[in-house]
Design a protein around this ligand. Structure first.
Ligand code: ZN
Ligand code: ZN
Length: 174
């Protein structure tokens, strides 16, 4: 059963950001979060100024193996990509119970808006750990965002269907 998520700071993430993510995850999924030490950025497979999102997941899987937790959520300021996508806001591997969220493309002079975007993407990636797929409801945090407009359009919560599914899956995941 997924009970505790470790939150990892991959380089100089403000405490306020980590705190917002923690409280959002706790509230949305009803699980505990714990802050883990700051970790160095995995520098492998570097492409210009972007890093491959899956490299973060590999590093997180190692951390998960060596620590008491059920899942890991990494936060980075680095811009992330995947082989078929120019950029990603984040990536999840439900099989390995690890996710990463990138702040690189979420920033805005309006701090409130910036935090809202971070919370939405943190819910989205964590939702994948709870067996949720992309949702057709554009207002649901599980709807796939291909750009910032999509991110800003959706709400900082799951639709009732996804919320229900997540609750059911919490019991199933072991
Ligand atoms: Zn997704
Ligand atoms: Zn939904």
């Amino acid at each position: 059963m997924l009970k505790k998520i470790l939150i990892i700071n991959f380089g100089q993430i403000e405490k306020e950001v980590i705190d917002r993510i923690s409280s959002t995850i706790q509230k949305t999924f009803g699980i505990k979060t714990e802050f883990f030490d700051q970790m160095p950025i995995p520098w492998t497979a570097k492409k210009a100024n972007q890093l491959k999102a899956s490299d973060f997941l590999v590093s997180e899987r190692e951390i998960l193996e060596n620590n008491q937790a059920d899942a890991v959520l990494g936060v980075t300021k680095k811009d992330l990509f995947m082989p078929d996508l120019n950029f990603v806001f984040g990536l999840a591997s439900p099989r390995d119970q690890v996710v990463v969220v990138s702040l690189a493309r979420l920033s805005d002079d309006n701090k409130k808006l910036f935090f809202e975007r971070i919370r939405k993407e943190a819910i989205h990636e964590t939702g994948h750990l709870f067996g949720l797929d992309h949702c057709e409801d554009k207002l649901c945090a599980m709807s796939f965002s291909k750009n910032l407009w999509d991110v800003d359009f959706k709400k900082i919560k799951l639709c009732s269907n996804c919320q229900k599914l997540a609750r059911e899956n919490v019991k199933r995941i072991s």
